[in-house]
Design a protein around this ligand. Structure first.
Ligand SMILES: *[C@@H]1O[C@H](CO)[C@@H](O)[C@H](O)[C@H]1NC(C)=O
Ligand SMILES: *[C@@H]1O[C@H](CO)[C@@H](O)[C@H](O)[C@H]1NC(C)=O
Ligand SMILES: *[C@@H]1O[C@H](CO)[C@@H](O)[C@H](O)[C@H]1NC(C)=O
Ligand SMILES: *[C@@H]1O[C@H](CO)[C@@H](O)[C@H](O)[C@H]1NC(C)=O
Length: 774
């Protein structure tokens, strides 16, 4: 510890919108607790720009180039701004995606369209929910607002000389990692008219998911007629006269775009985007920005949507400013992607909803999808339908997906877990569960075609289960497949997911088969592998059945070509949560398991995984997410509370580096939110492990008049957080877990008494281990 640097929160400017707002006086503006910059440094990769509501299509923000560092969501705190563009991811890694449909203001005239118009900043950028502002070094200010498919750029120039807006179709977020994952411009066109209206399309490829060419269409206009509107290609500016003579297109990576000049110090631009056509992009721009509205009203509408659809879902009695900032900023951060692109799918027509920008279920299935279910049941059902529809048309559900293309799959086919979680919790709506079952069965039985990924060439990294042949033949995965051990734990969890759905659908033979397969992780267990006084770890296993000699503290490079992906043997050996009673037997019983868990929080044991503290437990990575809560299985709920609370309070802050690692599309934020709530979901089961709530009172709005109300007495504070007793729905509760139907299905109450001393209150049955019991 002691290495965390405090980075001050950039000042929040009071916009005209805030001053002018005529609030319903009952309503609270929770958005004032959100800092979009939390998680933008220290590798969090959060997008701080403008998003008009949860899962919005347009994410309008700055694109910064340092020349060396990948800007995954466009933003970096230092470096030159190269443009402000309409599409971004948030909190992702791998290699940047999007950063397309950009504008860049240029003070003065543009003589050479190939010149570098990038510009440093005069002061730190400002951001609020629905609003973003950059002050460029040349005195130009840029303010941004957005609707679902359109954006507003409000420019103020330092003088009334002729000023320019530069539209570069070739603009993308570059990658400097040297893995060949960087996006490329792949051609297309732009047309302008003399009144400044412009339409066009750009095609791009690659990014982390190695996608083939995809195309985005755009339509822009300005608040006033430009003095000149021109297109350029290569280095050649052409005066525009008529629309049909002022268009250019290219098929190669040549600079192409538009230049608009204004004799004014203020200009506003309105831009719509569509994945279908330029006509559609124009319709969005005209409809969503009809009027056009005042800039402040666009900002306010976004704040209202975020308050109504997201922030007001969780209310607390807290007056602790820091806690409220953590709570509402985390809620914001978990709702930026995926993008709801229903009606915007260029690949097939269907009545099913369509969501893209899934980054990735490997990251999201533990905490995020279960919380989305609680907070956004409608969007959640749509997301389930969408991934089943992707299976119908693409052949496989995604693990990751962006620009309408599946990829990448880091471990198992974890959409299976997401579907199983919805299924066991009774999510029905318009979901076709027979198709849902066929989709997960495809993952379990069909090896996907190899996409020949250079970083893991032996089998598909695009979708499904690349290492399936070994899984079916041996019941484990040999080193002929990369990530063999971590994939095998995940395939076990995936097969358990099939068991759950098959059971519910009355497919008893399948249910038994997949329950048996869900125990296959055990085939990697070498009882003789030892480390730090403990024996028995999951290790690589050869086709002849012999184990590979493996240090349980080493995962090699922990990457695509290694036996363990982004986690140590110690961590993956604790990841078959559906079979945890058996894991406990393998390690030598409950006391040995408690000791093993304690070892995972001991500082100085590992230099690799616990990069912030040297613990085996890694707060920055998903395979460690459940670890602190595993104490519930072995009767030490007090330690679960102590460890998880420590992690939450140590690694999550309201500073720009206030997320322990990459946000992973909001996965980290949802881990924190469950800690605040005092529950932890076991995805694929109805079980929630009980922790300790942060607030004296919290209410979660579950829709349809239902709520989960969680209270705590006994001086809830940073020291008084051990559970002394609990009542659930008014009844004394002695189990350290409960189920979906107990408190979520129809709402419920949880009344905690907390104290400063650990107390053995959880005298009831331990949490279920369904694959161990049968
Ligand atoms: C950054 O922008 C400034 C103008 O503000 C320019 O002089 C400089 O060359 C740019 N630097 C880079 C690395 O692009
Ligand atoms: C600009 O492009 C036009 C049409 O392609 C060409 O005739 C002209 O020579 C070009 N001018 C310059 C300066 O390259
Ligand atoms: C997703 O987008 C579609 C089309 O814009 C819309 O009808 C639907 O209500 C959206 N879903 C949610 C949960 O807002
Ligand atoms: C519930 O627990 C309280 C103490 O926490 C005790 O006084 C009470 O008798 C219990 N009620 C029942 C029904 O067991």
């Amino acid at each position: 510890m002691g290495i965390r640097k405090f980075i001050p929160w950039p000042a929040i400017a009071l916009t005209a919108a805030q001053v002018m707002t005529t609030y319903d006086h009952e309503a609270i503006d929770y958005s004032t607790y959100v800092s979009p910059f939390v998680g933008t440094t220290g590798g969090g990769n959060m997008f701080p720009g403008v998003s008009s509501g949860p899962f919005a299509v347009v994410k309008l923000g700055p694109d910064v180039s340092s020349g060396t560092t990948d800007a995954y969501s466009g933003y970096l705190p230092s470096g030159n701004i190269t443009g402000f563009s309409m599409l971004h991811e948030s909190g992702t890694g791998g290699a940047p995606k999007y950063g397309v449909v950009s504008q860049m203001p240029v003070a003065g005239r543009i003589m050479d369209p190939l010149a570098d118009f990038s510009m440093g900043r005069r002061s730190e950028d400002l951001a609020e929910v629905g609003y973003y502002k950059s002050s460029l070094a040349n005195g130009v200010t840029v303010e941004l607002a957005a609707t679902n498919h359109a954006g507003v750029y409000q420019y103020t120039f330092p003088s009334e000389q002729t000023n320019s807006i530069y539209v570069d179709i070739t603009h993308v977020l570059p990658s400097f990692r040297g893995f060949g994952w960087g996006q490329e411009y792949r051609g297309r066109n732009i047309a302008v008219t003399t009144d400044g209206r412009y339409t066009g399309e750009g095609s791009y490829n690659k990014g982390w998911n190695l996608s083939p060419d995809w195309t985005i269409y755009f339509c822009g206009k300005f608040s006033e007629k430009p003095q000149s509107a021109r297109v350029f290609k290569g280095s050649n500016i052409t005066e525009a006269r008529m629309a049909d003579t002022s268009s250019v297109n290219t098929r190669v990576a040549e600079k192409i775009g538009g230049i608009f000049e204004f004799d004014s110090s203020t200009v506003t631009s309105y831009v719509g985007v569509s994945w279908i056509s330029t006509d559609r992009a124009c319709e969005y721009m005209e409809q969503e920005l009809s009027g056009p509205p005042k800039f402040e009203d666009v900002v306010q509408t976004a704040k209202d949507r975020w308050n109504n659809e997201v922030f007001s879902k969780i209310t607390t009695s807290s007056t602790n400013d820091n806690d409220l900032k953590l709570l509402y900023t985390a809620l914001y951060g978990m709702h930026l992607i995926p993008s709801n692109r229903t009606g915007e799918n260029p690949l097939w027509t269907s009545n099913e909803p369509y969501y893209d920008d899934i980054f990735t279920f490997w990251d999201l299935f533990r905490c995020s999808t279960a919380l989305t279910h609680v907070l956004q049941p409608e969007a959640y059902e749509e997301q389930i339908r969408s991934i089943i529809d992707i299976w119908r048309h693409d052949g496989f559900m995604p693990d990751g997906r962006s620009s309408n293309f599946n990829g990448r799959t880091q471990g198992g086919s974890n959409a299976d877990n997401v579907l199983a979680d919805a299924y066991v919790k009774g999510v029905q709506g318009s979901i076709n569960w027979e198709d849902g079952y066929s989709a997960i069965k495809e993952d379990a039985e069909t090896q996907p075609p190899n996409n020949n990924d250079p970083i893991a060439p032996e089998a598909s990294t695009k979708e499904g289960r690349g290492a399936l042949p070994d899984w079916l033949k041996y019941g484990y995965i040999t080193p002929s497949f990369t990530r063999a051990v971590s994939r095998s734990v995940e395939y076990s969890v995936n097969d358990f997911s099939l068991y759950q759905v098959a059971t519910g659908l009355g497919k008893t033979a399948d249910a038994q088969k997949y329950l048996d397969r869900s125990r296959n992780w055990r085939n990697h267990w070498n009882p003789d592998a030892s480390s730090n006084g403990h024996s028995g770890f999951m290790v690589p296993r050869k086709a002849d059945g012999s184990f590979v000699d493996q240090d349980p503290l080493s995962c090699g490079g922990c990457y695509w070509g290694d036996a363990y992906y982004q986690g140590l043997p110690w961590e993956y050996s604790m990841n078959a949560h559906h079979d945890f009673a058996h894991t406990t037997e393998l390690v030598g019983g409950t006391l040995r398991m408690v000791d093993r868990l304690e070892k995972m929080f001991e500082e100085g044991l590992s230099s690799r995984a616990g990069k912030l503290s040297g613990t085996i437990f890694n707060p920055a990575n998903e395979p460690s997410f459940t670890t602190p809560y595993l104490y519930n299985f072995v009767g030490r709920q007090d330690l679960a509370v102590q460890r998880s609370r420590y992690v939450a309070k140590t690694f999550y802050t309201t500073a720009t580096n206030g997320i322990p690692g990459n946000s992973d599309a909001g996965a980290m934020q949802t881990w924190l939110l469950w800690n605040m709530i005092g529950l932890y979901p076991l995805t694929g089961q109805t079980t929630f492990l009980i922790g300790s709530p942060w607030f004296e009172s919290m209410s979660i709005n579950l829709g349809n008049g239902r709520a989960l109300k969680i209270t705590s007495s006994g001086g809830n504070s940073d020291t008084a957080y051990y559970v002394q007793s609990l009542r659930v729905n008014g009844e004394n509760w002695t189990k350290n877990w409960l189920t979906w139907s107990d408190v979520f299905e129809n709402g419920g109450t949880m009344e905690f008494v907390l104290g400063t001393q650990a107390k053995k209150w959880d005298t009831g049955d331990p949490p279920p281990s369904p694959a161990s019991d049968k």
